[in-house]
Design a protein around this ligand. Structure first.
Ligand code: SAM
Length: 450
């Protein structure tokens, strides 16, 4: 009899089939596609199960590599490697997490062998799979620290960047980023206060944790669901009363502090997490811009779910480094959530460390500067602009803030958290807030400096 997938994947799919599916997803990611791209197109059975196995497989990719190098004289074929990698992730989870939620070791071995047997390209490797997994189990028993040391794969250039930017914290950062992410929700304050929503969670017997602040900024709308749930099981998610959003991302809107009647630009808006949070926070006049038409569709979908589609928001497909979408009317505030390496959110997107190239960071830095340079003139004197990236590399954070200050002679840097490193409740983000000084302030300052 075959073993069925356990929670959160209890849909009747045999574990062996899930292993085969996740192995395929891994192969696609190794060929250069993102997990999101592959899974969006995935139309095999039981997507949630394959998805959760695939994420964990990538989280333990460095451990699989270690075993391939140490224990296997000749590199296996791609298909065999896929099955092996999923089995390694299952074995590692068995070591790291509560035994109640994991598969027993003998089940993992049996199902991985069955997965190999089910496919003509891997059938020949049943004996190999059995033998190598037994060696791996032995190695994991011998060295209990292995699962913690060798989890997420980080390329050498990435580690070099981290060592340079965080000489004493880089190892801690890597460890934090190798974990499964917490599930954080944002309560739609147009519907419920956090306290009222906690009552719903209590009634549904869902355990949660309050998140008071991140980097000293109050997170009035954020809660952690302690045992992550599919969104359909989160009370009133489908009615738009809550959204999924990391607590570190939620402070963007707190820092920008939108006020009723303000004209605001969300310059890189898709898929719309911060657009929605802005609209939940105040009756503003919002322009949400993004260059990617596919991602823009997601903004519309989310605003419909949140009952915010009737708000004063215009969603426009356009390039923030160009002017052709601008009506020449200045904005009171600008949120600039720039395209970046996403090096701060690898806990949620573990494929990023496999997909990024060393040259990406400097290319992104140049693209970010072109956007900053262009939208600065669109801000009214006295207005504020918030620079945001979900990166932990200084080249996309502090270096950009310093560049802006040096480049724009009327920029005043205001207090804001700067670099936030990944922690238990938040991913890694960079925040820098600037005011555009008005003409009088500038004259006065010039007079002093003369
Ligand atoms: C970090 S994501 C934004 C996340 C979004 N603010 C949210 O909270 O959901 C960066 C976005 O910038 C967009 N982008 C990249 N280059 C752009 C450009 N030149 N003009 C406008 N949008 C751009 C990308 O399509 C991507 O959706």
């Amino acid at each position: 009899m075959s073993t069925k997938l356990s929670e959160p994947n209890q849909r009747g799919l045999a574990l062996a089939d899930g292993i085969v599916g996740a192995g395929h997803v891994l192969q696609e990611v190794l060929s250069g596609k993102s997990l999101t791209q592959v899974l969006e197109k995935w139309n095999g059975p039981n997507k949630p199960a394959v998805q959760s196995l695939a994420y964990d497989t990538i989280r333990f990719w460095a451990l699989t590599q270690h075993f391939i190098e140490q224990l296997i004289p000749k590199r296996p074929t791609e298909e065999v490697e896929g099955i092996l990698a999923v089995a390694v992730a299952l074995l590692a989870n068995n070591k790291m997490h509560s035994k109640n939620n994991q598969y027993p070791i003998h089940t993992i071995v049996n199902e991985a062998v069955k997965a190999a047997a089910n496919n003509s390209k891997t059938k020949f490797a049943q004996g190999f799979m059995n033998a190598v997994l037994r060696k791996i189990i032995h190695a994991l028993d011998e060295d209990e620290t292995l699962v913690k040391k060798k989890t997420l794969f980080f390329p050498q250039w990435w580690l070099k960047n981290l060592r340079r930017d965080y000489p004493s914290q880089w190892e801690l950062i890597c460890a934090e980023q190798s974990k499964r992410p917490p599930q954080i929700i944002r309560v739609n304050q147009r519907s419920y206060t956090k306290t009222q929503y906690c009552d719903l969670l209590n009634q549904a017997k869902i355990e949660y944790r309050q998140i008071e602040s991140i980097a000293g900024i109050a997170t009035d709308d954020a809660l952690e669901i302690i045992n992550p749930l599919p969104v359909k099981d989160i009370p009133e998610f489908n009615l738009g009363k809550v959204s999924i959003q990391d607590a570190g991302a939620q402070i963007a809107v707190k820092l920008l502090a939108p006020q009723a009647g303000e004209k605001i630009l969300d310059a890189c808006a898709a898929p719309g997490g911060k657009t929605a949070h802005l609209l939940e926070s105040a009756d503003i006049d919002l322009l949400s811009l993004d260059i990617d038409p596919e991602r823009i569709k997601k903004i519309n979908q989310d605003l419909t779910r949140l009952n915010l589609s009737a708000s004063r928001v215009r969603i426009v497909c356009g390039d923030a480094s160009k002017d052709n979408w601008w009506d020449q009317k200045s904005f009171d505030k600008i949120l600039l959530d720039l395209p970046c390496s996403a090096s701060g959110i690898v806990r949620r997107h573990p494929d990023i460390t496999l997909l990024r190239r060393k040259t990406d960071v400097l290319e992104l830095q140049a693209r970010q500067r072109a956007i900053i340079d262009n939208v600065w003139k669109m801000l009214r004197p006295g207005g504020t602009i918030l620079l945001v990236t979900c990166s932990i590399f200084a080249q996309e954070g502090e270096e950009q803030a310093k560049w802006l200050e040096a480049q724009m002679n009327n920029a005043l840097r205001l207090e804001s958290p700067g670099q936030i490193i990944p922690g238990p409740m938040n991913d890694g983000f960079f925040y820098a807030l600037f005011e555009k000084k008005n003409a009088i302030q500038r004259t006065a300052q010039n007079a002093v400096s003369i």
